[in-house]
Design a protein around this ligand. Structure first.
Ligand SMILES: Cc1cc2nc3c(=O)[nH]c(=O)nc-3n(C[C@H](O)[C@H](O)[C@H](O)COP(=O)(O)O)c2cc1C
Length: 218
């Protein structure tokens, strides 16, 4: 095994190693409302859901190379709101365009050809063709010198009709196939899904009625 001491490693090497191995990471195309009133959109792969009660999603937003904050976090601080739009192949290329560091007054969804519509509970707009959009209110922001970690509480979810099964309980895996970021410019699409079920004895182990068989490592 190769070892890397993260306490002495330069940040760009930590970034490379962490993002190479912690993946695929789902992509949030985050829409916010600018001070002038237009939409801003930026992809974030330091993103995931961490809780359902309360329903918390988390974003990791670093500063630009010049040390200034990105438009997304500037807008989130001011409005205390943002919308997470999940990304599939249909909007993948537009998502990449939104990742370009445009001037603050550029309406990125419009530039990338992404239609938007009003949210129900927040002032930011959501993407019309996203499979799933989550309206979020800031729960808290944890500030580090060059990074803000944003905890958002999901207050409303919009799901495209074809993404859920007839009962509206589970995603239709043939339709909802999000893309996720691997390392550098590499991505993966969730088009080869499979089921993995617990063995039959699991219920008894969980009830602590049986001792599970020992693994090789003991
Ligand atoms: C797939 C992808 C994932 C990204 N993830 C992040 C991230 O998690 N955090 C971050 O600060 N920037 C991330 N970026 C870079 C931002 O999207 C980029 O800096 C963007 O220009 C910020 O836009 P804004 O100034 O409108 O907020 C990512 C870019 C791409 C293409």
């Amino acid at each position: 095994m190769m070892q890397f001491d993260f306490t002495t490693l330069p940040p760009q090497d930590r970034y490379r190693l962490l993002t190479n191995f912690v993946g695929p990471r789902p992509i949030a195309l985050v829409t916010t409302r600018s001070e002038a009133g237009h939409s801003n959109a930026a992809p974030m792969s330091f993103f995931n859901v961490f809780s359902q009660d309360p329903p918390i999603v988390i974003l990791g937003i670093q500063t630009r190379a010049d040390g200034n904050e990105k438009d997304t976090i500037v807008n989130i601080r001011r409005t205390q709101e943002f919308c997470v739009n999940m990304v599939d192949m249909e909007i993948a290329e537009a998502m990449i365009l939104c990742g370009v560091n445009f001037a603050r007054d550029v309406d990125e969804p419009a530039f990338a050809g992404l239609a938007t519509e009003e949210c129900r509970q927040i002032g930011a707009r959501r993407l019309t063709r996203t499979p799933c959009a989550m309206e979020c209110r800031v729960e808290r922001i944890i500030d580090f010198p060059r990074r803000a970690i944003v905890l958002g509480e999901v207050v409303e979810m919009h799901v495209r009709d074809d993404c859920l099964d007839a009962q509206g309980r589970y995603v239709n895996p043939e339709v909802y196939q999000p893309i996720a970021r691997l390392h550098a410019d590499n991505y993966i699409v969730a088009d080869r899904q499979f089921e993995l079920k617990k063995p039959n004895a699991a219920a008894a182990w969980e009830a602590d009625q049986l001792t599970p068989p020992k693994t090789q490592a003991g």
